[in-house]
Design a binder for this molecule. Structure first.
Ligand SMILES: NC(=O)c1ccc[n+]([C@@H]2O[C@H](COP(=O)([O-])OP(=O)(O)OC[C@H]3O[C@@H](n4cnc5c(N)ncnc54)[C@H](OP(=O)(O)O)[C@@H]3O)[C@@H](O)[C@H]2O)c1
Length: 332
């Protein structure tokens, strides 16, 4: 397993990290089996994964609870990452979405952040969070100055509640505002070989500014593992239905591309997931790859990418293939 330094901190975290959105279950992912999830998390730690990412919004606290339970006996081995800014306890913040019986708002008010951090600490049964993200930028009409949000986060750091600060789903303008009010160690953007938008501006900016990146949805929620065939459908509400690459017309192209890499799987004696993760970890500006998993077998497969170094010619060949796919067609 490769370890990389988180931003300007002295924290060393595994390049292959574990994402626990699916562990939260709920309408976006369907039910998750908690005992399997706990085993999956512990398998990751045993394999050298120390960076574990969760969020209050993942199953409305459920993912944080399961993560807390899984790491209880080995808290010191884990770089624990969670988030704030999606709020459903009252009507502060700007309406974002409804899920089940919850009305979720985007809210980065210092007072809700201070409440959120305490709730997360208590759910995860710990007294500190290693990496604390703002999950989404706040929006009009309740758009709060990033300065105020950052001052609150810096105070939480001074108080020892959090060790480092990150922002998710931000653009360069947001990043600059965070930087002018404190120390931003990381961002968490969407990035996979099928979604490389951040290569244009964000990645070069982060590289030049010592900001780490945690790439999310690197497997396009399983599509890039090759295990989601043309016949697979998902119940209404499942998040995969919102990803354009899952539309049959796009999915077919992706599956054909993956099939074309069978010689690479033989050459490296690896699975497709491992090939995809190894490619993603190797991209300039990508520091950590957040591989989501709720099953032990998936974790064991994915961590295998930690020992896989692809030759430059193969990295370029894969890039050429994904570029040839172009953008996904949208639903008409
Ligand atoms: N900051 C944000 O706004 C944001 C947004 C999205 C994600 N994230 C973070 O990034 C993490 C990763 O993203 P993600 O969970 O959306 O997607 P992902 O990592 O691209 O895919 C995760 C899903 O792919 C399937 N999978 C994983 N490994 C597999 C394997 N080896 N073989 C077959 N299937 C496999 C599993 O589906 P099944 O469990 O259904 O089998 C798993 O839940 C999240 O868990 C979360 O921590 C953050």
């Amino acid at each position: 397993m490769q370890y990389r330094t988180l931003g300007k901190t002295d924290i060393s975290a595994s390049a292959i990290a574990l994402g626990t959105w699916a562990i939260g279950g709920g309408p976006w992912w369907g039910d998750s089996d908690d005992s399997q999830s706990v085993k999956a998390i512990q398998t990751a730690i045993d394999a050298g994964v120390n960076l574990i990412d969760t969020a209050p919004a993942y199953g409305f606290g459920h993912s944080e609870e399961v993560v807390g339970k899984a790491i209880k006996e080995q808290r010191d081995k884990v770089i624990l990452s969670t988030k704030c800014g999606l709020w459903w306890n009252d009507d502060r913040g700007t309406s974002a979405f409804k899920l089940g019986d919850k009305h979720v708002r985007k809210c980065l008010l210092p007072e809700t952040i201070r409440e959120e951090v305490e709730i997360s600490l208590s759910r995860m049964d710990t007294d500190y969070i290693d990496l604390y993200h703002t999950h989404w930028p706040s929006l009009e009409p309740d758009k709060y100055p990033i300065d105020n949000t950052m001052q609150c986060l810096m105070k939480l750091k001074e108080d020892g509640k959090i060790r480092a600060i990150a922002a998710s789903n931000v653009d360069i303008d947001h990043i600059k505002q965070y930087q002018s009010a404190g120390i931003l160690d990381a961002i968490q953007p969407r990035y996979s070989m099928l979604d490389r938008e951040i290569e244009k501006e964000l990645l070069p900016y982060c590289l030049a500014n010592g900001i780490s990146t945690l790439a999310y949805s690197p497997l396009e929620q399983g599509l890039l593992t090759g295990k989601i065939g043309m016949d697979q459908t998902y119940p209404e509400g499942v998040y995969r239905n919102q990803i354009p690459w899952y539309l049959p017309v796009n999915r077919e192209k992706v599956l054909n591309m993956l099939e074309g890499w069978s010689d690479l799987l033989a050459k490296y004696n690896c699975s497709l997931s491992q090939l995809v993760i190894a490619w993603t970890v190797a991209q300039q500006g990508i520091t950590f790859v957040l591989c989501g998993a709720r099953k032990e077998a998936h974790v064991s497969d994915n961590v295998g990418a930690g020992n896989l170094e692809l030759e430059a010619a193969d990295l370029s060949r894969i890039r050429k293939d994904v570029e040839a796919l172009g953008s996904p067609q949208e639903e008409s």
